[in-house]
Write a protein that binds this ligand. Structure first.
Ligand code: PBG
Length: 331
């Protein structure tokens, strides 16, 4: 008498129809957010060499991108500014005429409430040294002096019309400082998205190209060490305490465990950022014929969703939203 398996877990994998029915996780366009780079002083989109398929856009292209995003049904756009001049204190970030604030205003006008307009709140695109904060006399990044500038930046972005501010600078106390400044300016409805667990990562490489970063050295004195998971959870809890409305884990693909742990304990929505390096790896490997590009894109995104990401910033947002509308399975 042959002993048969009493449990046959393969049974539910037998046909495509069954697999589709029992899939635990999937995505919808509303969960996707498109990062957009807006560069001062250009007339046409400029392709970013390290990110095939992604461009820097001129200010007057913003309205068209908003229409595309609305038509795609995605949840929002995240704006980054690329200024033509930078200084030690990142003055362009707080100037209402700075490229990012102008891009926010253009996007908010075009969106007219149909889609969320989000903005990166950080100094690295605006400082001539490329750090996310201002420097002390000894060259270190001065946490508290930076908070004062972030607070003014938050008010400038809110006044320009941003719905959600993405605090990506990893300064201690940045959520509390921005919340207090927004409230004092009567901007009590502006949402704070805290990049809580943001790891010092090699996977931001192509992004540095996209924003023409001037950074030499690294951000290890303020961004998290990839060796630490508990500390990532602690950062998220601290940000929730300070008043964050949403917390984020980043990069997504190398932090799925942190994403899952934050998702287990968070009392607010948890988002994830699939960063430039994750994008570039799949694009280049796909172009080289090493992997099935579309399947790798879908698998990488569903894995982030599975780990707990409720919304995902991804450079594939528009394309993948199109796949989803067409009924294409991601896995
Ligand atoms: C900081 C910021 C970075 C990214 C988003 N916001 C760069 C960094 O911290 O060095 C990276 C995003 C990506 O790689 O796609 N303003």
């Amino acid at each position: 008498m042959t002993a048969y398996p009493t449990r046959r877990l393969r049974r539910l994998r037998t046909t495509p129809a069954l697999r589709r029915l029992v899939a635990e996780h999937d995505l919808t366009p509303r969960r996707l957010i498109l990062p957009i780079f807006v560069k001062e002083g250009i007339a046409e989109p400029q392709p970013i060499a390290s990110m095939p398929g992604v461009s820097q856009h001129p200010l007057d292209g913003v309205a068209g991108l908003v229409e595309e995003a609305v038509a795609a049904g995605i949840g929002g756009i995240m704006l980054f500014g690329v200024p033509t001049t930078r200084d030690a204190r990142g003055s362009g970030a707080t100037d209402p005429d700075g490229i990012l604030n102008r891009a926010i205003a253009a996007a908010a006008e075009a969106a007219a409430g149909r889609i969320t307009v989000q903005a990166d709140l950080c100094l690295d695109e605006f400082t001539d040294h490329g750090h996310c904060g201002v420097l002390a006399a000894d060259g270190s990044v001065d946490n508290d002096a930076t908070l004062e500038i972030y607070a003014r930046m938050a008010v400038a972005q809110a006044r320009a019309g941003a719905d959600i501010l993405g605090l990506s600078g990893m300064m201690d106390g940045q959520v509390a400082a921005c919340r207090a400044a927004l409230d004092a300016d009567g901007r009590t409805d502006v949402v704070i998205l805290a990049y809580s667990a943001k790891y010092a990562s090699a996977f931001y490489g192509p992004f540095r190209d996209a924003v023409e970063s001037t950074l030499t050295g690294d951000r290890r004195t303020y961004q998290l060490d990839a060796a630490n998971a508990r500390e990532g959870v602690e950062e998220a809890l601290a940000d929730i305490d300070e008043g964050a409305d949403i917390v984020m884990v980043k990069p997504a693909g190398t932090s799925l465990d942190v994403l899952a742990r934050v998702s287990d304990v968070s009392s607010v929505p948890v988002w994830a950022y699939q960063v430039s390096g994750e994008y570039a790896l799949i694009e280049h490997a796909g172009a080289a014929g090493l992997i099935d590009r579309d399947r790798a894109v879908g698998e990488s995104l569903v894995a982030i969703r599975r780990a707990g990401g409720e919304a995902i910033l991804t450079y594939w947002a528009i394309e993948v939203a199109g796949w989803l509308r067409a009924g294409k399975d991601l896995t």
